[in-house]
Unconditional design. Structure first.
Length: 107
């Protein structure tokens, strides 16, 4: 009784296909339109680019670098700007409050 081990070649083919797609990139585009009695009710445009990060940057696509949800550096800059604006508002409010309340007199 002989037992042979069967090897799958589909994983290497899938890896090759994935490598080609990521290296060269692929664009999938489509539009979905729903009309009722010649009245457009819905129009959805779908654009999908699948490629490696290097290829995306080569094409000028780098939105993830400025998205605060994906970039800690951008989030930090956003928080610093918000902190600066809040300090300025607080200073303005304190000045207005000081001008409304007379200083306590010394006895």
């Amino acid at each position: 009784m002989s037992r042979e081990i069967a090897y799958s070649t589909s994983s290497s083919n899938l890896a090759e296909i994935l490598e080609r797609v990521l290296d060269r990139g692929i664009v999938i585009a489509g539009d979905i339109k729903i009309n009722l009695a010649d009245v457009e009710l819905l129009n959805i445009k779908i654009r999908l680019v699948v490629c490696s990060v290097d290829k995306a940057m080569e094409m000028g696509i780098n939105w993830w670098q400025s998205d605060p949800m994906l970039s800690s550096e951008t989030k930090t800059k956003q928080l610093e700007q918000e902190n600066k604006e809040l300090k300025a508002r607080l200073e303005t409010l304190e000045k207005k409050l000081a001008s409304l309340v007379p200083p306590a007199s010394s006895k």
